[in-house]
Design a protein around this ligand. Structure first.
Ligand code: HEC
Ligand code: HEC
Length: 354
């Protein structure tokens, strides 16, 4: 069992709890004597860092999670009721965009400017979006709803539509003890659903837990990854959460981090994306420039382009751009990257639309 509920591991058992447990017998204990976690609770994997999300203000509950899920899949959030969050974020692709057209298509078939990000392990991120323009998960949905390229709807109108629908009043009552439907609670519910999206049970995680072994090719890939990629795609989240220019362009029509920092030194820098579930989330990069992992590795090996803010890790001592990787080494890294797919997460019925 990789996942441990934060609450069950930190809260000491009261005598009463212990008695109840004993009375329940085998039912509440798994074979290794850990307490079966409540599936709706936020579960911090044992090998993950502490979450950045402040759960004290918005603890996960079954009713809140289910309400968040209903809202996530409800097109009522868009101006013409045609698009839901789930339109661009689908579970089969680790909640990235399932449509292989590159840039996400929103309302009236309007083309946005960026490739949709996958959704998992959000509770551990400090900043959101490719440029880090949003600093709290609770505020992300407001951007999606208001964006003229995505849902193009006024939050006031969304709230009115929800109040009129009748269905929601009772669900808010169950989740938050009030039938008032307001922006804050709407965001709380969506955050509960999204915070529960923890992806930590890939083959690689099972390897860390000594449950499975990696093939020799995957192991070679892991070593090459650690030597060449890990400084940016770091740790168990596979991101250092920093902003870097990895050389995909010479000029940047989308200036990335500089849009937020207003610092010219940040032009062309984007938030380092996690590489978990990467085999599922094509196309790649903020501009959806590459459609396969082979293309991405070929980019790092021989396609890196020069610009003022290019990261120094992508410039070799003799001035050659990119990371020296043979064809075989590129294939080895891809074999390793494929061990990061978490099939349990992408098939977990907990997240299914009801
Ligand atoms: C039209 C497609 C589209 C729709 C609809 C949409 N999104 Fe997104 N989502 C995106 C794109 C594109 C990005 C990346 C935006 C950026 O970086 O500027 C994104 C980013 C995000 C992120 C940030 C992830 C991260 O790692 O930083 C979250 C969270 C998110 N969306 C949640 C939602 C929710 C909740 C809804 C519904 C209220 C929603 N999205 C609706 C396309 C969409
Ligand atoms: C200097 C930091 C840095 C290094 C080193 C680096 N990357 Fe990246 N990587 C990034 C950034 C930043 C992006 C996003 C760039 C963008 O979208 O404009 C990215 C994007 C990616 C993506 C696309 C992810 C997605 O969701 O679209 C993959 C795959 C990837 N890198 C793999 C690797 C591999 C494999 C290596 C080693 C061979 C590596 N990276 C080395 C910074 C780095």
């Amino acid at each position: 069992m990789l996942l441990f509920s934060k609450r069950t591991t930190t809260k000491p058992l009261t005598l009463f709890g212990l008695v109840v447990l004993v009375m329940l017998g085998g039912q509440s204990c798994t074979k290794d004597n850990t307490i079966t976690p409540n599936v709706y609770e936020f579960q911090k994997p044992a090998h993950f860092p502490e979450p950045t999300y402040t759960f004290n203000n918005n603890e996960l509950t079954e009713a809140g999670f289910k309400l968040g899920k209903k809202i996530f899949f409800d097109p009522i959030l868009s101006r013409d009721s045609s698009i839901s969050c789930g339109t661009c974020h689908s579970q089969a692709t680790a909640f990235a965009d399932q449509q292989l057209h590159g840039i996400s298509v929103g309302i009236d078939n309007r083309l946005g400017i960026r490739n949709a990000l996958p959704l998992f392990n959000l509770a551990f991120y400090k900043e959101f979006f490719w440029d880090g323009g949003v600093t709290h998960l609770d505020f992300v949905p407001l951007n999606a709803i208001a964006s003229p390229f995505e849902m193009d709807e006024d939050i006031v109108v969304v709230l009115q539509k929800m109040r009129n629908s009748g269905e929601y009043t009772e669900l808010f009552e169950e989740a938050f003890g009030t039938s008032t439907i307001n922006t804050g609670l709407l965001m709380d519910a969506l955050a509960q659903y999204m915070n529960r999206m923890v992806s930590a049970n890939s083959k690689y995680d099972q390897f860390l837990d000594k449950k499975v072994t990696l093939t020799t090719q995957e192991q070679r890939g892991l070593q090459l990854f650690n030597a060449n990629c890990e400084s940016c795609h770091s740790g168990v989240l596979f991101t250092n959460q920093g902003y870097h220019n990895n050389g995909i362009d010479v000029v940047f029509p989308d200036s990335g981090r500089a849009l937020i920092s207003a610092n010219p030194a940040d032009i062309g820098k984007f938030r380092v994306p996690s590489l978990r579930n990467i085999d599922r989330t094509a196309p790649y990069m903020h501009s959806a420039k590459f459609f396969t992992l082979e293309d991405v590795l070929a980019h790092y090996a021989s396609g890196v382009q020069s610009s003022a803010t290019l990261d120094s890790r992508l410039i070799q001592p003799d001035g050659t751009l990119g990371i020296a990787l043979s064809q075989q080494e590129q294939e080895d890294i891809i074999a390793f990257l494929k061990t990061l797919t978490d099939f349990e997460f992408i098939n977990d019925p907990l997240f299914f639309q009801e």
